[in-house]
Design a protein around this ligand. Structure first.
Ligand SMILES: *Cc1c(COP(=O)(O)O)cnc(C)c1O
Length: 405
């Protein structure tokens, strides 16, 4: 098992091994077909094997797939990203979202000369040491390592406060003035299940960080080019100093990116002293898949994603109501989570109060009926532009009675 959530630990059972995908469908080694609402955890916004991405990959395969030298595609991808997300005045491609977030933090520390970072409980920014810290809820406290192997020194530089709690952020900045290099946030939380930012939350983070001289880092690895043509920063009208990207910008191949303010990005080597590198950074196959994916995404794609996702969310809500199951459907664009919870979920503590065992039962019932949902209450389900009438109708059929005890 090469990544933990795939192991089905939180829902039980044995994960099917997948063999191939086609549009909104995936097929396991036993030939069973599933409607895919995981989509490789977000990247496959066009579904499986879309023709333009296949063609881009085939063309690149003919030319070679790694040169360790600059290629035109990297520049084209960077320019396309900058056009849609103008806050990325300069950007750097990496091979994963983890690398992007880790490098953005290093850069923020170098740019501010400060060592602390502030993150939100339940926020995931890849598995770099300083970002894995996840202290309990409440006002900012010195973190304790949540994962063996992370030193106390590293953990204590990471402050953790609840998502959507501006007052807790204020308190942390009062306690540690001019000490925080960066606030890093998923502008729409996706890794505690989907939790939207409350009105004013992101703007508040912008104001507090400007006042204190800390940088604001949006981790848009999921939301980038998923929740709107310009990501969450466009959707909510808040401009961060730095942005992390991944997932969709590689169309299902390994990629990441970080970028933002020119003056800050110019600190990155070779222009500046902050070292960061990668043998396969800007890999031509990943770049080709990413470019082909982004080029397919126009305003109509986002309208289609919104419609499909709205329909899916409404169907889940309707069915839960019919069965009397207490359920919250949190949805932003084409990312959504059904929380088995009688109360609104606005942060990690709220998400944790959900009935994960009930989610697991629902998950297996749907899997048996040919629907692949994320194998955890705390992950987002995703839609793609390939989710068409037939597949959405099949979801509604599978949903019938799925909440019965
Ligand atoms: C997936 C994810 C990452 C990590 O990206 P990898 O490519 O898995 O390293 C970082 N941040 C967020 C918000 C993510 O969802």
């Amino acid at each position: 098992m090469n990544s933990p959530v795939r192991a089905f630990r939180s829902v039980g059972g044995t994960p099917p091994f997948m063999r191939r995908g086609e549009g909104p469908w995936i097929f396991d080694e036993d030939g069973r077909r599933y409607l895919d609402l995981v989509l490789s955890w977000g990247p496959l916004i066009l579904g499986h094997c879309p023709a333009p991405v296949k063609a881009a990959l085939a063309a690149q395969l003919e030319r070679g797939w790694s040169f360790g030298a600059p290629t035109e595609g990297e520049v084209r991808l960077a320019e396309l990203i900058r056009r849609r997300m103008p806050s990325l005045e300069k950007l750097r491609l990496t091979s994963s979202g983890t690398e992007a977030a880790m490098s953005a933090i290093r850069l923020a520390r170098a740019a501010t000369g400060r060592s602390r970072i502030l993150k939100f409980a339940g926020g995931y920014h890849g598995h770099a040491d300083s970002l894995l810290v996840e202290a309990g809820s409440g006002v900012a406290t010195l973190g304790i390592p949540g994962t063996p192997g992370i030193t106390e020194g590293t953990a204590s530089d990471t402050l953790v406060v609840p998502f959507n709690a501006l007052d807790a952020v204020e308190t942390a900045f009062e306690r540690w003035p001019e000490a925080v290099a960066a606030v890093i946030v998923e502008p729409v939380a996706g890794n505690m299940g989907v939790v939207p930012p409350e009105p004013g939350f992101l703007k508040g983070l912008r104001e507090i960080t400007v006042r204190d001289g800390a940088l604001l880092v949006f981790d848009e690895v999921i939301t980038g080019f998923r929740v709107s043509p310009g990501g969450a920063q466009e959707r909510y009208g808040v401009t961060p100093d730095l942005t992390c990207l991944g997932k969709v910008i590689g169309g299902g191949l390994p990629i990441g990116a970080y970028g933002g303010r020119r003056d800050v990005m110019e600190l990155v080597a070779p222009a500046g002293p902050v070292y960061q590198a990668g043998t396969l950074s800007g890999n031509p196959l990943a770049v080709g898949a990413g470019l082909a994916t982004l080029e397919q995404l126009d305003v109509f794609s986002y309208e289609r994603l919104e419609r499909s996702s709205q329909r899916l969310g409404a169907a889940i809500r309707r069915e839960a109501e019919a069965c009397g199951a207490p359920l919250q459907v949190n949805r932003v664009g084409s990312m959504l989570t059904a929380f088995f919870n009688p109360e609104a979920v606005r942060d990690y503590a709220g998400a944790r109060r959900s009935d994960a065992a009930a989610y697991a039962r629902w998950f297996h019932r749907l899997l048996e009926r040919g629907v692949s949902m994320p194998p955890s209450q705390f992950e987002a389900a995703f839609l793609s532009t390939a989710h068409d009438e037939e597949s959405l109708a099949s979801f509604e059929t599978a949903l019938a009675g799925s909440f019965k005890a």
